[in-house]
Design a protein around this ligand. Structure first.
Ligand SMILES: [Zn+2]
Length: 303
């Protein structure tokens, strides 16, 4: 059975870029007769705040999404990530690194040859020499990445597990069959496929969506203060905008709830209609009108 997921980082309220990823993953799953899971990627603790977990869940609920099963919150249990790191160390492809961030910027890490023991303050990296550079995207076709890093961080020197490691571990344990996400993560995909192979798992399919970029070409993201989508639009307006940006029909949506709009859109979901290029949007910021909601249980979202 098809199983997709939406996996936001709770470092702010839901913005339009995240909504587009959620919409793409959700519509694709529903259109395949499958399910879509929600995962909160909150391992990078300094960037994440508990109140944003609640506000993202509340915003998604207001926007009519219903995710299947329990919400997976990464910080709830770190053991699966540690087990994967140990499995990767046992393959000989992962190694302990004592380089500082500055040293890594200045020259390639050569710690693999030193065979260092792990201790607090040291990172764990993966040698990327054998990473395959070609992969297939379900929307964009065959892709080739010429530039890949020499090595990939798996566990940072401050003990935080990396995005790429955690993403693969979670997609495996959530039995994800297809990953639908923004094309800013295309460069991570070969690295993640390599991790699947080293962990003895079959990679899922991958489908990357266009990004929304600001008129100056910059990425619209939480980092550059993209506005929370529900501060700017009503839920119905936000759903219509997401569908429009994904090239989907807006016919016969009048009078429907956001949830019904997704169902209607999924019944005629057209993958080929999604723009191939990134989407330029010129939204001027408007003053904040409503306070961020809080105190909502993420599990209210699930069936
Ligand atoms: Zn090193």
């Amino acid at each position: 059975m098809y199983c997709g997921r939406f996996a936001p980082t709770p470092s702010g309220r839901l913005h339009l870029g995240s909504l587009l990823s959620a919409a793409g993953a959700y519509l694709r799953a529903l259109s395949q007769g499958g399910e879509c899971l929600l995962r909160l990627e909150d391992l990078d603790r300094p960037r994440c705040r508990p109140e944003y977990k609640d506000s993202i869940c509340a915003d998604l609920k207001t926007l009519g999404f219903t995710f299947s099963d329990q919400v997976l919150v990464q910080s709830d249990d770190l053991n699966p990530y540690q087990e994967a790191v140990e499995q990767l160390l046992s393959t000989g492809k992962a190694f302990v690194c004592r380089c500082s961030r500055r040293q890594i910027r200045e020259r390639p890490c050569q710690c693999r040859e030193l065979n260092l023991p792990y201790k607090k303050g040291r990172a764990i990296r993966l040698d990327c020499e054998d990473v395959p550079r070609d992969f297939y995207d379900e929307r964009l076709g065959s892709l080739h990445l010429s530039l890949l890093p020499d090595s990939l961080i798996l566990k940072r020197s401050d003990g935080i597990f990396s995005y790429n490691l955690a993403c693969v571990v979670d997609d495996v344990r959530q039995h994800i069959t297809e990953v639908v996400r923004g094309s800013d993560l295309i460069s991570s995909t070969p690295l993640q496929i390599y991790l699947y192979h080293l962990l003895g798992r079959t990679p899922p399919k991958f489908l990357h969506l266009p990004l929304i970029v600001a008129a100056d070409g910059g990425k619209l993201s939480k980092q550059n203060h993209a506005q929370p989508v529900l501060e700017r639009f009503t839920p119905a307006e936000a759903v219509r905008l997401a569908l429009k940006l994904l090239g989907q029909s807006l016919d016969d949506l009048q009078g429907l709830t956001p949830s019904e709009m997704w169902q209607q859109a999924a019944s005629r979901f057209d993958l080929a209609a999604i723009p191939r290029q990134d989407i330029t949007l010129n939204l001027q910021p408007v003053p904040q009108l409503t306070p961020a909601p809080g105190g909502n249980d993420c599990n209210q979202l699930t069936q």
